[in-house]
Design a protein around this ligand. Structure first.
Ligand code: HEM
Length: 479
């Protein structure tokens, strides 16, 4: 380097050179910053989930500064007149203080709650995108499994979170949650102890929930999301067929600046939408529900949408109770534990079920399919969505019945019949439509795919290409 160049170097240059000499940053930077990212709006859904999670962490830290996970009774003397002079738990009191006395407290509470609803919704839509386009197929089975574990954790995070304020609505939900844990034969009381600190309502419940909500579950989420994204970077993203896309290349935008700018603006947009929701739309006005009292119940009562399916299953299920080995199995056990277990079990095993019985295809796939290209998978997917939508609807059967002026029992029976009849019907219709639209067997249309063995796939990169004309953009072979 000439002396004049040395003279013009800024301290930042010096630092970058110092770091690069020791960490070889430029090498890795060149490799990763030029990484090709297939561009499509549906590939942004996972990022919306990611950004909602970041908002949840940020607003969660704010709430944790003021929330007190304590059952001890205090006399409320805050500004909310209808509750003044009442004995309430310190936890409920701290949430009321957050809502009425802490600057921006209510806004943060509302953003946090809306972010939780959007977070789970983004995960579900992302998962459906992955399902209907076949992005779970080999080699992405592991990311599917990690993704589902993330969905489960997100649901538990939501349930533990909205149970923390100790108000009548969340308390009623907790009581149902405790009964579900208790219903598990032989180990129910142990699960109740682990999950809620023993008998509910008790004095350890909020401490347990708080530990799970602010430490154990977030640690799990961070660990699984990291694994999810590392696997994604390692395997490269799938891409839509067509153009120059092949099994062995990635056609897309370079990570920097294109993908980074897209992600940053999507992040800003997600934050803005959540802030608007939190600022303009009231959610969970728990001062109206009052403090939790075991002898009171809230009606009509609805859990947050992502718990509706479980609530609906329990509301639709007949009160069948039986005795096994001298142990009474409560009616809540099947709808509260067994059916959800089977549903999630099938979902976790889906990539292997699909490979073995649906697509009958052992090969690696890096090109996505359209729903019409696999009518059977599409039909099963639509049947699943219809089933979950109906049981979620059943979770609000009391509201629907009162809105429609119908008897609750009558509506429940209607929902039972619909839950059995509609899913297979909707699945069949979707299958028929996909089959009539499809090109029959397009799933393996890419002439480059050699027919099944990994070796063939991985070893023969076809080309390096990029969707953008920017000279820096350089696609990558799948190696
Ligand atoms: C906290 C929850 C989640 C986050 C933050 C997340 C994030 C992401 C991101 C950012 C991507 C790349 C962009 C995209 O395709 O959208 C991705 C890809 C992927 N995700 Fe997720 N995800 C989550 C949950 C899930 C779930 C529930 C599933 C499935 C059950 C799943 C399965 C996958 C798969 C298979 C890919 C690779 C897709 C491809 O290459 O086309 N993820 N995820």
């Amino acid at each position: 380097m000439s002396s004049s160049q040395k003279a013009r170097q800024s301290p930042v240059d010096d630092l970058a050179r110092w770091l690069d000499d020791r960490l070889r940053l430029a090498e890795g930077g060149r490799k990763y910053l030029h990484k090709a990212f297939p561009a499509h709006w549906s590939f942004l859904l996972g990022e919306i989930a990611l950004f909602s999670l970041i908002v949840l962490f940020a607003t969660g830290v704010f709430l944790a500064l003021f929330y007190v996970p304590d059952h001890r009774l205090v006399v409320y003397d805050g500004p909310y007149v209808p509750l003044q002079g009442q004995e309430i738990s310190a936890a409920y009191e701290s949430t009321l203080r957050l809502s009425f006395e802490v600057r921006a407290g209510l806004l943060m509470r509302q953003i946090h709650h809306w972010a939780a609803l959007v977070f789970v919704a983004a995960i579900v839509v992302h998962m459906l995108r992955v399902f209907f386009t076949g992005a779970f197929r080999r080699p992405r089975e592991l990311n599917w499994v990690i993704g589902l574990a993330l969905l489960l954790l997100a649901i538990v995070a939501g349930f533990t979170g909205y149970s923390l304020p100790d108000d009548l609505l969340s308390g009623t939900g907790l009581r149902i949650g405790y009964s579900v844990l208790l219903s598990v034969p032989f180990v129910g009381p142990l699960l109740g102890f682990i999950g809620l600190g023993g008998e509910y309502p008790g004095t350890d419940t909020l401490g347990r929930l708080y530990l799970m909500h602010v430490l154990i579950i977030p640690a799990g989420l961070v660990g699984l999301v990291t694994a999810h994204l590392v696997i994604l970077m390692r395997q490269k993203h799938t891409q839509k067929p067509g153009g120059r896309a092949r099994q062995h290349n990635v056609v897309g935008e370079p990570l920097f600046p294109n993908q980074v700018m897209t992600s940053l603006s999507l992040f800003a947009f997600t934050v803005a939408v959540l802030a608007l929701l939190g600022g303009l739309f009231e959610i969970n006005p728990l001062w109206l529900y009052g403090p939790y009292e075991p002898f009171e119940v809230f009606a009509p009562m609805q859990p947050d949408w992502y718990m509706g399916w479980l609530e609906g299953l329990m509301r639709l299920w007949p009160a069948w109770e039986w005795t096994m080995f001298g142990v009474t199995i409560p009616a809540i056990f099947l709808p509260g534990v067994v059916v959800p277990g089977v549903l999630f079990g099938l979902a976790f095993a889906w990539p292997w079920i699909d490979r073995r019985w649906i697509a009958r295809d052992e090969r690696e796939h890096h090109l996505l399919v359209r729903p019409r290209d696999n009518p059977l998978r599409t039909g099963i997917g639509v049947a699943g969505i219809t089933f979950v939508a109906l049981i979620t609807l059943a979770g609000s059967n009391d509201v629907i019945a009162s809105d429609l002026g119908m008897g609750l029992q009558t509506l429940t029976w209607w929902l039972r019949v619909l839950t059995v009849v509609l899913p297979p019907l909707a699945g069949w219709v979707a299958y028929r439509i996909a089959a009539s639209l499809g090109t029959g067997g397009a799933e393996d249309a890419d002439p480059a795919s050699p027919g099944g063995d990994d070796e063939g796939d991985a070893a023969a990169p076809e080309s390096l290409e990029t969707g953008s004309d920017s000279p820096a953009g350089e696609g990558a072979a799948r190696s």
